[in-house]
Design a protein around this ligand. Sequence first.
Ligand code: C2E
Ligand code: CA
Ligand code: CA
Length: 661
Amino acid sequence: MGKSKEQRIKNLKRNRIWPSVLGLFLILFIFATILIAVMTASAADIVNRKLVDSVITTTKVAELFENYDSGNGESIEQTVLSHIDVLDEIDAVAVIDADENPVWSSNGTYPDTDRLTSTELLHGIAEQEIRVIINDDKDQLFTIDGEGIIINESAVEAFKDTLNAEELNVTDPFGGMTLWIVIPVNDLDVMVLNNIQIYVQDFAMIMVYLAFFGILLAVFVLYYLISLIGVVLEVRRTTKIIYTDMVTGGDNWLSFIKKGTKLLKKNRNGKKNYAVLHLEMRKYRSFCTCFGVIKGQELIENLYNILKKEIKRKEVMAYQENAAFGLLLIYTEKDELEARIRRIETLLSGALPGMKMYFGTGVYLVQTGEDDLEQLCNNAMIACEMAGEETENKTAYFDVEMNNQKLWERRVEDDMERALANKEFQVYLQPKISTSREVLGGAEALVRWIHPTEGFISPNRFIPIFEKNGFILKLDDYMLEEIARVQSEWLAEGRSLVPISVNISRAHFTREDLAEHICAIVDKYQVPHDVIELELTESAFFDDKSVLLDTVKKLRDAGFPVSMDDFGAGYSSLNSLKEMQIDVLKIDADFFRGVEAEERGLLIVSEVIGLAKKLNMKIVAEGIESKEQVEFLTEQECDLIQGYFYAKPMPVAEFAEKYSV
Ligand code: C2E
Ligand code: CA
Ligand code: CA
């Protein structure tokens, strides 16, 4: 597959998926950021509130000690216990004296007094000021107002920052966070230390946030996933459309090339033998004309399904266009491949019972390392074209010669118009000699291409190409006009004229005004019609009969002699002889060739000559090379002989000089 084609398909897929994937990541990122911000803010808020509550409680405990008098016999414990309601509100409370000695604790725990000292808690701390000792080495200074509310905003912020930076300073939120709140009492005689713990249940709000955001996030993610699945399905659908053939519903040509190239690439070492087939149904267009395009497409689908069943693992096939399929098959022996192709053709031929169908197959045997499937298919296609013959199943193998032939056809097509304008096509004349008197009885005009670089080119190399592409119409007109011109010149010079025959290709018989067209060309030069003979090949008699019969009649009525060329070379045209009047019968050179067929051939020739005479036709024998042939034909009273025995075709000037009559 071409690079750009592959690239275009890739782009199509990539462009569709990435925006959605990126969108999903963006959403996740935004959610995560918002969540962290909200969680941090609310965590700080929770801690702050807890802190404030604790400070109030601690202050209440401290108040108990304001009036504590150790001298009145009431223990600290009793003092505190007498205020049970206060104790209920706190997690743990501890009291130490001015020398940092533990005095009493509600649950037996005390803060690390070394740290109390090191942070110089006991000194320089004013009344209304509170220390908060977090259970690691951080502590913060708060100022509270008369109601025990933290009023030192910057301290709160700093506290929050600490929480932010250290992820709430909770290494394990389920384990809780321990803070000690320190309040001096009685001018530092006693310190009341309130140990507060922040547990996970304190973070319940965060859990609510978390759940809320989680649900929201899940909805978004779900939405995105659904849309992503949609996109993926869409991409798969597009891919399917790109690789599906609309006529057969199976793999299309693009997919065939892609998969096939992959298989060939994998087989780089040549372990398997691959063959590329171009298999095409003959006369598909005619089928569509008769039965309609829809029926034609149904037939193609039918053929595709038959072929599909014949495809094994590591083989691929697809419909190309114009009733042609491409196949990449594995084979071991050429014979086996041949047999498989026969089998496939037989299966396909039976697709429509009661209808004769023919297939042409071009085969290219892949060489080790070759993987440009498109090129290989082209080779198989060329082979198929070369197979010719539309009335039976035919297989042709690609060889280099075919490629050369194809290149040559291209070249001819590129050059032909210019060649005609530059008069590179030249008229050669070959004499027809009368058997009775051994004098010139006529001539045939044969074209020669004198190419500026290729030199002399024989008509067999370009006439079939012109017949295929239609250029023969122009060339024959040119030859006819040249002959009319030559005859008119010779007439003006006072020479006696013999009929010169011009070949009229079967391609002309598509136009109904052919006779008028020929008359118009000849009449430009004012030459009598009877010196211009028109040679029609036998095959022309198989085309549109009505046009042919009509044209031949018109031409003969206009005075042109008409001859049937190559009589007996192809299909029997005895029937044609019955249907229309012809002036001259040209017996094909093949009758005189080959030793074995000689006797039978000569017998037929003599009978044909007899028949022609009875039908009032002249006989010309072509391709005569030997004296014996001439003698035989003279004996049989054949009228004219054309062949190398007398002369090869020659340029007009040479002819004029040699046969000055
Ligand atoms: P054709 O019309 O059957 O022409 C007779 C061919 O036999 C000529 O080949 C001629 O040179 C060759 N020939 C004549 N005598 C002998 C012989 O004794 N031995 C052998 N081996 N060959 C002999 P050429 O000129 O190569 O032309 C080949 C074919 O090309 C012609 O066969 C004709 O079908 C076609 N052609 C030539 N010129 C024209 C043209 O101007 N228009 C059309 N439509 N076809 C042409
Ligand atoms: Ca001829
Ligand atoms: Ca001939």
